[in-house]
Ligand binder design. Structure first.
Ligand code: SF4
Length: 490
């Protein structure tokens, strides 16, 4: 047995939810913030009219303090909503904004504020030093430019860019190749829908090499399944079309984040080594290590499932019902490889099942293969927070960014230092300003053109298909004569 900390987990009984280990600690930190700190922060924000926008990878103590503030202009979300929230706060009367996150998030918020006509409103990061994100920065590197040039010379190319990149990256990319943004929650459906909808499309995914490799592995595995299993994942695909997907899906090879890579591998290793008897489930929209482990358990001894939320719930219910029928009173462990937003329905479903068969004595332990500090709000459940991340954003849905040393620069002390300094020694905060995107891209402002790939993603989320405008762009923009797509292929 290893000496690693166990994953956070939740025991579900007929009558209670019982957080275990690091989940219990994180929940306590979140639910019981220091009241003196809360009241000081709340008063400073209110007096100085400072809005705070924070990414949900902040640690539980900081999230707990922010959530306890009564000042209404405090917002915790993914980076996309952070930029919108900054603008909304200013329009509601905030005279300053503080951003908690890595630098591309504050830069995006700054660019959106400027674009909305609020260039005069100061926006601060919480450190004088760079709060970098190696993944986002890898999309600014020359190598990524070469990758996109390759894409631009490929017939019917579509660039699927991960959300965690700057508006400048998105804008520069979209100027070269039709580009749509994705999150880890919608990347599988975006890619598979594009392949089904646009004949001959070549997809260039980036900059996250780790996610790209996982996606290719997922598609390769699917291409070997039978048609019915493939249609359960995407109704417009079968074995033949999945083989074409594998051939025409390309991903960037130099977009790594060391935290992400080490963390993802460690998670899978820990599940295999420390939870040999657990059932393992993996959501298909969470491509990665857990998918492999779940399939392996499924093949070996019907102890795994990879599928949709309802597939996972049905699997858990089947195992729980079997335990109840067998008269066992053991605790059944399930490793849940999914993002926080999908957890609530699963834990509530399990609870319902246990209550439907009262007195069985069966307990279910839901094990979350995530970073100890990664928590997300769970407003639809009796639990205030659950382990994991929401919104499908970040370097992994296992919450690897919560362990990132850059993210950790956004401490409670760093936030207090900035809000105490505002209005007292404003000049000292000059190094805390984010970089600005002043250049024009293809004759347009970076914030303007960089928003288009996000709007394409929003249109896809609404309609379940790529917009006609994007499809037309894909099929008319490329320069087929110089096509060398296979060079970049996985
Ligand atoms: S862990 Fe997350 S925030 Fe940190 S460098 Fe990697 S992708 Fe960026």
């Amino acid at each position: 047995m290893s000496h690693r900390e166990p994953f956070p987990s939740l025991v579900i009984t007929e009558d209670a939810f019982i957080p275990q280990g690091s989940f219990a600690e994180a929940q306590a930190e979140y639910l019981s913030p220091d009241p003196d700190v809360v009241s000081e922060l709340d008063a400073l924000l209110r007096t100085k009219k400072i809005g705070v926008v924070a990414h949900f990878y902040m640690d539980p103590e900081l999230q707990g303090v922010l959530s306890a503030c009564e000042w209404p202009h405090v917002h915790i979300s993914d980076s996309l909503k952070m930029a919108d929230a900054a603008t909304t706060m200013v329009e509601a009367g905030c005279e300053h904004v503080v951003v908690l996150g890595v630098d591309f998030m504050s830069e995006n918020a700054r660019a959106m504020l400027d674009a909305a006509g609020h260039a005069d409103v100061p926006l601060y990061r919480v450190a004088a030093d760079p709060i970098g994100c190696s993944l986002a920065e890898s999309a600014d590197a020359l190598e990524y430019g070469a990758y996109l040039t390759e894409a631009s010379r490929t017939k019917n190319a579509l660039h699927v860019v991960y959300i965690n990149t700057s508006l400048r990256t998105k804008g520069k990319a979209h100027a070269l190749v039709p580009t749509i943004t994705c999150t880890s929650s919608n990347v599988v459906s975006t890619v598979l829908t594009a392949f089904a909808q646009v004949p001959g499309v070549e997809i260039f995914f980036g900059p996250d090499t780790y996610m790209g490799a996982n996606l290719l592995e997922l598609f390769t595995t699917l291409s070997k399944m039978d048609d019915a299993a493939i249609r359960a994942v995407h109704p417009d695909h079968d074995r033949a079309s999945m083989q074409a997907v594998v051939e025409r899906f390309h991903y960037f090879r130099q977009g790594t984040c060391i935290v992400h890579h080490m963390f993802g591998d460690e998670v899978a290793k820990q599940v295999v080594e420390d939870y040999p008897d657990a059932f393992v489930s993996a959501h298909l929209e969470v491509p990665g290590e857990m998918f492999r482990v779940a399939l392996q358990r499924q093949r070996e001894r019907d102890a795994g499932v990879a599928g949709s939320t309802s597939n996972i719930l049905a699997f858990i219910e089947k195992k729980v019902a079997a335990a109840i029928d067998a008269g066992t009173t053991e605790r059944l462990p399930f490793v849940l490889g999914t993002e926080a937003g999908m957890i609530t329905s699963i834990v509530n479903g399990v609870r319902g099942l246990l209550r439907a068969r009262p007195g069985s004595g069966v307990e279910v332990e839901i094990i979350f293969p995530v970073a100890a500090g990664a928590i997300a709000e769970a407003p639809d459940s009796e639990l205030a927070v659950v382990p994991g991340v929401s919104g499908g954003e970040g370097c992994t849905t296992a919450g690897g960014c919560a362990t990132c040393p850059y993210m950790k620069m956004n401490s409670l002390d760093a936030l207090l230092n900035v809000v105490r300094t505002v209005g007292v020694a404003d000049d000292d905060l000059t190094p805390y300003f984010p970089r600005k995107y002043l250049e024009l891209i293809a004759g347009r402002q970076a914030a303007d053109i960089g928003t288009e790939p996000i709007l394409h993603m929003r249109a896809f989320s609404r309609a379940g298909r790529l917009s006609d405008a994007l499809v037309q762009d894909i099929t008319t923009r490329a320069a087929p004569a110089a096509s060398t797509g296979s060079d970049a292929s996985a």
